[in-house]
Design a binder for this molecule. Structure first.
Ligand code: MN
Length: 557
């Protein structure tokens, strides 16, 4: 019996919009003639490529879960195996929780393009009701046997990389099953396991963003379908892996903006690295072309974390602080160490934030629109503690900038959503930096190089407990009026001893004051020695107490 015979026997393709499972579309011949009523019920069909099964499933074949509101609501779980969709009806739906062992009733094989079907099956037809593409992605087989052998044995193990389902699962056939078609679907315990899983919190189509009710009402799709394979990406070019790619660089802008043609990412402050995966091996190419993979042994598992055999990713290696912010000072303790000890790796582990995909399994994606490259990357990367997908906000740059400010982040990057990847500085990538401010204690001043000025700079510090630690000197941001005012305030407070825990090194002669004045200063970041980078004086904070100026009070504005 042909694999799809049962599927075809159950359906009348002149009465349902479901795919007919015809072997090959024959030119000039209409395969399925929808009745006028079926035609009317059809959605404006999203342009979707056919699902395909490729030989050698090492980089993941397709899986689909369809939410099917028929006589009874259920979820149809389907794996693309041996040219068809092997299918199970899961009454309660799949679960990310190990505790839920879901009954899965094996049903007839479905044609591959059924995986793209979302819409209504008219009354009177088999399975009449509404179908949603609830989840879609790729799966990897686990275990040594091939898929058909595992099915035959009644136990198939696989890991999923979908929008909703991910991580390792098993389907086990129940031996006591009378009809021989009852299986259990179980989530293995792994990083993806979620004991608080509630399927009702995941009620939108992975294909069109619609709820089952919105599909029933035939409302238009809420989003464009997402590519799941390199070949599906618009403008993907078949070709060999480029031997060397220079990174695309951003230009600097000073004002955040919102624009429907742009997407916005958090700016991670670390070391830029193009990751190249080839035959299971990884190279990490820095901006100056050096392979720095050996410096970051914890990133060596990237090839196993990406559902692709060959790929070039763009991203940033960062060290995170306790708040999850990238911390460049922390990373500096790693970036020059060629062979870090296990201890150092444990103390300052790094994370790779992948934000672009330039090449994937035989396809050069550099001409493709950024948004599609990112969507494919998100699909292919199994995110873990070590490897993160740098997500973005569409259109709302001002909002993301404000959020970044509130969270004390360094800035954001704006990228034109349809832009190709160019190995050059580009106006299509724009850095938007948040300036930081700090309220610091004035502990002294230095003489000016010229006698025309009352002082050269103010010496600043922050309290660590009771000790005042020097954080740098600010010598700009003063006009003539401010200089005069400040100079008289400083002279009133003059003191004979240095208020800092250690006498700071200064170019000009220092004078000390009693540490009561508070200065608000803007600056661009911290140096390795925890000094202010590019500080500029803004104002005296008459409302602030100097003893409140403690380390960690720096804020972004
Ligand atoms: Mn069904």
């Amino acid at each position: 019996m042909g694999k799809l015979e049962e599927y075809k026997r159950k359906r009348r393709f002149d009465r349902t919009p479901e795919p007919s499972g015809a072997p090959e579309p024959v030119a000039g011949k209409v395969q399925d003639k929808p009745s006028p009523s079926a035609k009317r019920t059809r959605l404006p069909k999203p342009k979707l490529p056919q699902l395909e099964v490729r030989p050698g499933a090492e980089h993941g074949d397709t899986f689909v879960v369809q939410k099917h509101r028929a006589t009874r609501l259920h979820y149809d779980f389907r794996l693309a195996i041996d040219g068809t969709l092997k299918s199970w009806a899961v009454p309660k739906g799949p679960s990310q929780s190990h505790a839920d062992k879901r009954l899965a009733v094996m049903t007839e094989d479905h044609p591959l393009d059924y995986g793209n079907f979302e819409g209504k099956i008219p009354e009177g037809n088999y399975g009449a009701g509404t179908v949603m593409v609830w989840d879609r992605g790729t799966f990897h087989l686990e275990g040594n046997l091939d898929a058909l052998k595992q099915l035959e044995k009644g136990e198939i193990k696989f890991s999923l990389n979908g929008e909703k389902l991910w991580g390792s699962f098993v389907l086990v056939k129940l031996k006591q099953s009378e009809k021989g078609n009852e299986w259990l679907m179980i989530k293995h315990k792994d990083a993806a396991e979620d004991s608080s899983w509630n399927i009702d919190e995941h009620d939108r189509s992975a294909l069109t963003g619609r709820t089952i009710e919105e599909i029933k009402e035939e409302l238009p799709p809420k989003r464009q379908p997402i590519p799941i394979q390199a070949a599906e990406v618009q403008s993907a070019r078949k070709g060999p892996m480029p031997s060397r790619v220079e990174p695309m660089l951003a230009t600097l802008a000073d004002r955040p903006f919102s624009d429907p043609h742009w997407l916005f990412e958090i700016k991670w402050d670390g070391v830029r690295a193009l990751a190249r995966i080839e035959n299971g091996a990884l190279t990490l190419r820095s901006r100056n072309g050096v392979d720095i993979a050996q410096r970051y042994p914890e990133l060596a598992s990237l090839p196993e974390t990406l559902a692709a055999r060959e790929a070039i990713l763009d991203g940033e290696i960062v060290a995170l602080d306790a708040q999850g912010h990238s911390n460049f000072e922390r990373l500096q303790e790693r970036m020059h160490v060629r062979a870090p000890s296990e201890n150092l790796v444990a103390q300052i582990p790094v994370v790779y934030f992948a934000f672009d995909l330039l090449y994937c399994d035989g396809y050069d994606l550099r001409e493709a629109p950024l948004l599609e490259r990112k969507q494919l990357l998100e699909r292919l990367l199994f995110t873990t503690e070590r490897f993160r997908y740098a997500d973005h906000q569409l259109e709302q740059g001002k909002e993301l900038f404000a959020l970044a400010e509130q969270n004390g982040l360094e800035g954001i990057v704006a990228k034109r959503a349809d832009s190709p990847y160019v190995s050059d500085r580009s106006p299509h990538w724009v850095k938007l930096k948040i300036t930081m401010t700090v309220d610091a204690v004035v502990g002294g001043w230095t003489e000016a190089r010229t006698s025309a000025l009352p002082f050269g700079s103010m010496l600043l510090g922050l309290y660590h407990g009771k000790t005042l630690r020097f954080i740098g000197h600010v010598g700009s941001g003063f006009d003539a009026k401010k200089l005069k005012e400040l100079s008289s305030r400083l002279k009133e407070l003059s003191a004979s001893t240095c208020p800092f825990d250690a006498v700071p090194e200064t170019n000009e002669k220092p004078w000390w004051v009693s540490p009561t004045l508070v200065a608000r200063v803007k600056f661009s970041g911290w140096t390795e020695e925890h000094s202010l980078r590019h500080p500029v004086f803004l104002a005296l904070r008459e409302d602030a107490r100097s003893t409140d100026c403690a380390n960690g009070c720096a804020s972004a504005t």
